[in-house]
Design a binder for this molecule. Structure first.
Ligand code: GLN
Length: 199
């Protein structure tokens, strides 16, 4: 049995937990999902999800609880992380906003709320590297990925801007894969991760 942690200081936690359970079943793995609101649980986790929500709040609570260092250690150990929307912002190297203390888990700069007011939220079928069929991607006040380092692989773009990236064990998505009945990206990120050596 693998242990999957869902960072649960704020944001859409139960949807990620459900998607992880479906992804594990699809991958033929058994999984125990734990919600992370305090230090001491991340070290027991094989894989982690960092959900969307509000990135300023999430980063503040992670630091306050001492979970930030544990996530950095998890990534340094080459263990998989799926970071979505606000979670992507927190996982990045630069949120271009001083109120967000980033984890520097992904060599990328992000731009918060980057897809404009008229398109506050939208859904688009997205071609993603590694998936055979498009993914129904739900964007909600989504960040764009403004810059990526050379070790970062772009998996999908919208209007020429990267919205799905991978660097070693970390997959970052601008959108919300947990809100649709499609667990392929949870499976790709958490149960089919490449060897740690790529990071
Ligand atoms: N706009 C939010 C932020 O910048 C992210 C939105 C989301 O996670 N749906 O924190």
């Amino acid at each position: 049995t693998r242990t999957a942690g869902v960072v649960a200081v704020q944001g859409d936690v139960s949807e990620h937990a459900a998607a992880i359970e479906r992804a594990a079943a699809a991958a033929g793995e058994s999984v125990e999902v734990r919600e992370i609101r305090e230090a001491g649980i991340v070290p027991d986790c094989d894989v982690l999800a960092l959900p969307g929500g509000e990135s300023t709040t999430i980063s503040r609570l992670l630091a306050q609880e001492g979970i930030d260092e544990e996530i950095r250690d998890h990534v340094a150990a080459g263990k998989p992380v799926l970071a979505t929307c606000a979670g992507l912002i927190v996982a990045s190297a630069d949120a271009r906003d001083d109120r967000v203390a980033t984890l520097d888990a992904l060599d990328a700069a992000v731009e918060r709320n980057a897809f404009g007011r008229q398109k506050d939220s939208f859904e688009a079928p997205l071609s993603v590297e590694g998936l055979d069929e498009p993914f129904p991607a739900v964007f909600i006040r989504a960040p764009a990925i403004a810059e990526v380092g050379e070790d970062v692989e772009v998996l999908a773009t919208v209007e020429d801007r990267p919205v799905a990236v991978r660097q070693g064990p970390v997959v970052g998505l601008s959108f919300h894969p947990e809100l649709v009945a499609d667990e392929r990206l949870h499976r790709l990120a958490l149960f089919e991760a490449p060897a740690a050596a790529t990071r």
